[in-house]
Write a protein that binds this ligand. Structure first.
Ligand code: AMP
Length: 125
């Protein structure tokens, strides 16, 4: 069975997309720790990041870097990178626009309009 992230890649379930290229995709996390919390995934479905081929790993990290530079420029905040991977068995990197109020257990409630507004600010077409 496909992971929830593969279903997003295939357009079977919706997401607030930020970026897509041949090998990677990025979209807003639906349960954000900070506004702009983004997940970067490889399109190929593997559970752990270190199971990726060197080529797919490099593509993933290039997208993480590209989006971090972009987010810092747009939001004026550095990004925190996190790899947890205990909930969804499809490799992903969390990118969090960081501020001093962030802590591990914090979550923010966003309306659909707020998600869309952040998506518009962050997306790279
Ligand atoms: P973890 O596997 O612990 O790194 O956490 C998985 C992350 O995926 C969590 O932060 C969830 O909020 C997020 N998530 C799960 N399903 C979706 C989805 N359909 N769209 C966006 N983010 C999701």
């Amino acid at each position: 069975m496909s992971s929830i992230f593969t279903k997003i890649v295939n357009g079977e379930i919706p997401c607030y997309k930020i970026y897509e290229d041949e090998k990677t995709m990025a979209f807003l996390d639906i349960n954000p720790e900070t506004p702009g919390h983004t997940l970067v995934i490889p399109k190929v479905e593997v559970d752990k990041i270190y199971e990726l081929s060197d080529e797919d790993y490099t593509a993933l990290m290039n997208t993480v870097k590209k989006l971090s530079v972009h987010m810092e420029k747009v939001l004026g905040a550095r990004t925190l990178w996190k790899v947890i991977g205990t909930d969804v068995p499809h490799a992903h990197v969390h990118l969090l626009p960081f501020d001093k109020t962030w802590h591990q257990d914090r979550h923010v409630e966003l309306t659909e309009d707020e998600f869309k507004e952040i998506q518009k600010k962050l997306e790279i077409k």
